[in-house]
Design a binder for this molecule. Sequence first.
Ligand code: PLP
Length: 399
Amino acid sequence: MSSDTRGICTRTIHGNLLPDPATGAILTPIYQTTTYVQEAVGVHKGFTYSRAANPTVSALEDVLGSLEGAPTLCFSTGMAAITTLFLSILKQGDHAIISDVVYGGTVRLFRQVLEGVGVRANFVDTSDINAVAAAIEPRTKLIFIETPANPTLKLTDIAAVSRVAKKAGVLLAVDNTFLTAALQPVFELGADISVLSTTKYIEGHNATVGGSLATKDETLLERFRLVRKTIGCIQSPLESWLTLRGLKTLSMRLERHSNNALEVASWLENHPSVARVFYPGLESFPQHDLACRQQGAHGGMLSFEVTGGTPAALELMKSVKLCALAENLGAAETLITHPASMTHADIPPATREALGIPDGLIRLSVGLEDAADIIADLEQALGKAEACSSTAYVASVAS
Ligand code: PLP
């Protein structure tokens, strides 16, 4: 697959799929079936039962594999993919190193499920390569990084961590949900496993939940397949069909998401009610050089801190009209989230603050609308947030 010299658009539109042999249909049909009739015991066309494999899911795995440049398996959700990854690699007493800023569900999986069965993890600042090297223990089996990280956009140098991991004989998995291989080809940077929540940019239309794992290691791939079949978390054929459709425009969508996000981030940077803006494409972003080295473009995710803290943040969330107040990201519609009270509410306030997720932080998944309309909506909502924070300030001084 890595010898595929076609461009990203061609690969995400076609993969290696052919028209349906029975009808000539250009799109792979939705094979809504659990059961496949066998010609004789053990003689079949590669499908027996849809918990193990399904032709529509296999079609998505083919196209996603073309994008990743590595064999790929699809799961019912991103969390199902991450759970399969951990269960496949870590046994009781084993240890993992995980980026300290990651999707809240990954933290919850470890803290509330896996630690209970004797698997340990250290949440480490993986942007600091010395901290990664220092955290490796004799029983460390996996380094799991998320870059850019949710919601601070902090970056990890994938190639540098890969060198440390290889030296120690530890596998490196990268959650590439924010950029995908279209903007960040993680295998070229030395990763062993690529993890995606296909719920986000891959499908891109707020219509499905799904996940994937890709690896060039055949033994590991077979292990993922076994765990998926055993715990029963394969993707459904309808979700796969919708995701195949979304994938066809991935590259074009990401280009527009990136352009819109840069325009919105640059505008926010000059707004008096905004204390800080985090977007890897901005020259002011502390890791801008690494972003330019590692990322083809900088994607649609940004975050910013309003000067008025929680009251201003909540007023902003209430006042937006075009931007939708929602927990998801990576779709056509611009979505706005308050991590402290939504996606990262499980994390204690002091830890959140230390991780760079203050109460006034807002996460924006910049959509595909016209940038001017997104900016106009933020302008009117920030005006209301500003008025609310000055009223709160006057009230607190008076009391
Ligand atoms: N990884 C990242 C970076 C995410 O943002 C999310 C969800 O928001 C997940 C994984 C989990 O994916 P899913 O919601 O599809 O289970």
